[in-house]
Write a protein that binds this ligand. Structure first.
Ligand code: ATP
Length: 445
């Protein structure tokens, strides 16, 4: 096993142990590359999504929010090009029935003509020619399974934004340039999913489509690239683990004229988790053509009519969560002992503070309970009186809880507690009636 597998393995195991992420339907042996978020994971992901929403929608006056349905009219996916081109080339082994992407490095031989042996069963001559495989999940709408009622689970949230662009424009009274943001589930029947929550078949996207006058898209593209990088840095992601990757001509998606990925150095290597795309007027022009509805914008200043160009920022909430987890994961030696700690940004940490009575007697649990009740309206707090104080700190380190509040013998005398900082391990004495303000200030730092 390589050391990188080891880190991922340890992270997956921590995520299960502490209740971040569980395999879907685990008691039935699991469902391939589908994951469930446990009590801590749901908080982490919710915090990421809330922070994204705050910076993309609430703190701006030129972006509106939207929550479009997952199911859409099937013609949407014809117009968007997904029915024809959202495909991966596939090769099957007729012997062992395993399936591979045609560009799988284990299938040497000329592209499209895999003439080598099957990498799984080792048989020769059992691989089929490469075939295109559409990544969209199909389902049937209505009780009769007939072709007319076939619908798709959306493979990206963006199309819900395009088909609502005029509704949002008119109801919000925005003017171009303006954007529409959305967070929601997307589904792709990936051929080679894996790496935990990196590539899954059901995932969440945080997408924003910014509608601009043709000719100005270049400057908006640069603007959004800078904004997105700033946002990631505001989460405390280590800058040396982030880099840009510009798509070459052969990598560009069918809709894009220019695209930059933001990549993170995961334990399994540099990989994309967000993209900034210049989608031109590809989507709106195609929807206009397929629907027969005008999707032009009338510029009130110049009386010009045009189909806007679109600059998209597209991030995966799950991949961003994996970035945050990988970046936060540390193994350290503290006071002669090994500890595993998630150094999560305090605003992203599932729990802000753990309240811990030093021992379960002498009035300490009662005071600790009162402190816990006082914190809960303000922060996500956790009460823990199980096991030695050292073990309880270690548990909170693994959960990434930034503050440990300990009620000790002195606390019941003078109404002060110690606040332990997860990263520096420094302990400060703080008056109980100042705790809410103290933690509030720390969270703003
Ligand atoms: P990849 O090349 O990794 O398949 P992509 O280029 O197809 O990704 P986009 O279509 O640009 O990805 O999707 C935007 C974002 O959605 C990605 O940056 C990623 O964070 C997220 N995403 C896409 N596919 C998946 C998936 N199967 N599982 C989890 N997140 C995904």
């Amino acid at each position: 096993m390589s050391p990188t597998d080891n880190v991922m393995e340890k992270l997956v195991s921590l995520c299960k142990r502490r209740g971040f992420v569980f395999q879907s339907s685990e008691i039935y042996g699991g469902l391939g590359s589908v994951w469930d978020y446990g009590p801590l994971g749901v908080e982490l992901k919710k915090n990421i999504k809330e922070r994204w929403w705050r910076s993309m929608v609430q703190e701006r006056d030129d972006v509106e929010g939207l929550d479009a349905a997952i199911l859409m009219h099937p013609k949407v996916w014809e117009a968007s090009g997904h029915v024809a081109t959202f495909t991966d080339p596939l090769v099957d082994c007729k012997q062992c029935k395993n399936r591979f992407r045609a560009d799988d490095p284990r299938l040497k031989g000329p592209p499209g003509q895999p003439d080598t042996k099957c990498p799984v069963c080792g048989n020769k001559g059992t691989l089929t020619e490469a075939r295109r495989f559409n990544l969209m999940f199909k389902t049937f709408m209505g009780p009769v399974e007939e072709a007319a009622a076939v619908v798709f689970l959306r493979p990206e949230t963006a199309q819900g934004i395009y088909v609502n662009y005029l509704n949002v424009l008119q109801s919000s009274r925005q003017k171009i340039p303006f954007g529409i943001a959305q967070i929601g589930k997307a589904f792709r029947n990936e051929i080679t999913p894996g790496n935990f929550i990196f590539r899954t078949r059901e995932f969440e996207q945080m997408e924003m489509q910014f509608f601009v006058k043709p000719g100005t898209e270049g400057q908006w593209f640069e603007f959004w690239r800078a904004e997105r990088m700033k946002w990631l840095q505001s989460l405390g992601i280590r800058p040396e683990r982030l880099r840009w990757h510009q798509h070459g001509k052969d990598e560009l998606a069918h809709y894009a004229k220019d695209a930059f990925d933001i990549e993170y150095e995961f334990p399994f290597g540099w990989s994309e988790f967000e993209g900034i795309h210049n989608r031109t007027d590809f989507d709106l022009a195609n929807h206009q053509r397929h629907s027969g509805k005008k999707l032009e914008y009338l510029d009130p200043a110049t009386n010009e009519r045009f189909v806007p160009y679109v600059v998209e920022t597209s991030a995966g909430a799950d991949r961003t969560a994996l970035v945050v987890l990988c970046d936060a994961y540390r193994e350290e030696e503290v006071e002669g002992e090994q500890r595993v700690v998630l150094k999560l940004h305090p605003a992203l940490a599932p729990l802000t503070a753990a309240v811990l009575p030093l021992v379960n007697k002498d009035g300490m649990p009662e005071l600790a309970r009162r402190i816990y009740d006082g914190l809960r309206p303000h922060f996500h707090a956790f009460y823990d009186d199980g096991g030695s104080i050292g073990r309880r700190y270690r548990r909170q380190d693994e959960a990434g809880t930034p503050f440990g509040i300990t009620v000790d013998g002195q606390s019941t005398q003078d109404q002060t507690v110690t606040v332990r900082d997860r990263d520096t391990l420094k302990q400060e004495r703080v008056a109980v009636d100042r705790l809410v303000a103290y933690l509030g200030e720390k969270l703003k730092e």
